[in-house]
Design a binder for this molecule. Structure first.
Ligand SMILES: [Zn+2]
Length: 422
């Protein structure tokens, strides 16, 4: 049951709908792919300052973070790249603290020719907001921001602090959120508006990235038989990795029994050679592989290496010219949490009161920034967010009604978890 104060709060969120859509659109308009996040950070920072949230920059110090085994080594630098964290202080005592986390980085929109329109010029059609990052997850960031704003605008206070955390590198390393955890930024409950819909995420897989480098033997195409094609040699290793994927899926995990093919290998990039008339002397294959909760990164790392070197061993050329395997970016372990945690029950109750139906559980076959909270925080942490389509694909879009709904559920959650004060 929604009481009269909560009713007023929900009405206030409704009145802020245009601001939520406007902020989402301004975030989407900034092409914040890896290394290019400065302009979206400026837009977010300006908004938080305008809303009087006192935003602070949390820089990512790779030297400091590399002391943690969860730090993902990456081949790029962190100069001038940061997260933004704002804390709305408590107005009273007796509530529990909350933190909303959202990432501002997006994946590349390539190939551009598959989009109906420019991915960074957001537009609305039939209740959907289009653009790269619309679903994943700039509208979620706008929803969480204005859920907090609604508390103030409705004339209420909260009996516990609320933190708004916007981070970078959710899509490749998790080092952004990790930097916040290392600074001790924490709360009793954490909600992340990833676009998985109004569900409560209780399990996610581990994910690691790696790169395999091979050498071949160059030759003129006149005598291709005498050369060794490094690109074609990589097919041997990809086939072996596919077998590993089958093997990993043949073991079950209690959280994943109902999910067909939960463990996915993605061969995400392949490069090598320099032009059509020379046998390529080098090749590089970039992969992403998932693994079940309960498997450590070091375990999956040694399985991957073993798979590659066993396959190389059976190949005349590769056994004499061993490939190298480098782990960079994601090295996130999976997790599973109890669906009955008090924060999850409360969240589900908010969803029930607004829709008549409790929130369903969500078992994820990808990773999210929940990883850093599971490792380093006391929080009961989950994802609950809008409904989106085509994330990481062309014509990404988010359902606007679901964005406003997310903001309402978040506002109601704050009222009940942190406790309203007048
Ligand atoms: Zn995301």
């Amino acid at each position: 049951m929604v009481d009269s104060r909560e009713g007023k709060l929900l009405q206030t969120v409704e009145e802020l709908s245009d601001d939520i859509i406007d902020f989402s659109s301004r975030l989407i308009a900034e092409p914040s792919i890896l290394g290019n996040e400065h302009s979206v950070l400026r837009v977010a920072e300006t908004e938080f300052r305008h809303l009087e949230y006192n935003p602070k920059k949390i820089f990512i110090d790779p030297q400091e973070l590399s002391k943690k085994p969860e730090f993902a080594p990456v081949p790029w630098d962190y100069d001038g790249r940061y997260n933004i964290v704002s804390v709305r202080p408590a107005d009273g005592k007796g509530g529990k603290s909350a933190l909303f986390n959202g990432h501002l980085d997006v994946v590349s929109p390539e190939p551009l020719n598959q989009w109906s329109r420019d991915p960074f010029t957001p537009y609305i059609e039939n209740g959907w907001l289009y653009g790269r990052g619309s679903g994943d997850m700039k509208s979620g960031v706008a929803a969480m921001t204005y859920a907090v704003k609604a508390i103030d605008k409705a004339g209420f206070g909260l009996a516990a602090p609320v933190t708004l955390e916007t981070v970078i590198e959710e899509e490749c390393s998790g080092n952004g959120a990790l930097a916040c955890r290392v600074q001790g930024i924490d709360a009793d409950a954490v909600l992340i508006p990833e676009p998985f819909g109004p569900t409560i995420l209780t399990a996610q897989v581990g994910v690691c990235w790696f790169k395999v480098s091979l050498v071949g033997s160059p030759s003129h195409v006149l005598s291709t038989q005498s050369g060794v094609n490094a690109i074609e040699k990589s097919f041997v290793l990809i086939a072996a990795l596919r077998k590993l994927e089958v093997q990993l899926n043949s073991h079950s995990h209690p959280a994943y029994v109902d999910i067909p093919h939960p463990i996915n290998l993605n061969v995400g990039g392949i490069s090598g050679g320099d032009w059509p008339s020379t046998v390529p002397a080098d090749a590089e294959v970039k992969c992403r592989l998932a693994f079940f909760p309960g498997t450590s990164f070091t375990e999956i790392q040694s399985l991957i290496k073993q798979t590659i070197f066993d396959a190389a061993d059976k190949d005349e050329w590769l056994s004499r010219n061993l490939p190298t395997v480098e782990f960079y970016g994601f090295r996130s372990e999976g997790h599973q949490v109890d669906a009955d945690l008090p924060a999850f029950k409360l969240l589900s109750g908010c969803q029930q009161d607004l829709t008549g139906k409790a929130a369903l559980q969500f078992i994820s076959t990808c990773t999210t920034d929940l990883r850093s909270f599971i490792q380093f925080s006391k929080a009961q942490a989950t994802c609950f967010g809008p409904v989106a389509e085509n994330i990481h694909a062309s014509d990404e879009r988010v359902n606007l009604a679901s964005v406003i709904h997310t903001a309402k559920v978040y506002a109601l959650f704050l009222a009940r978890w942190c406790k309203l004060v007048e």
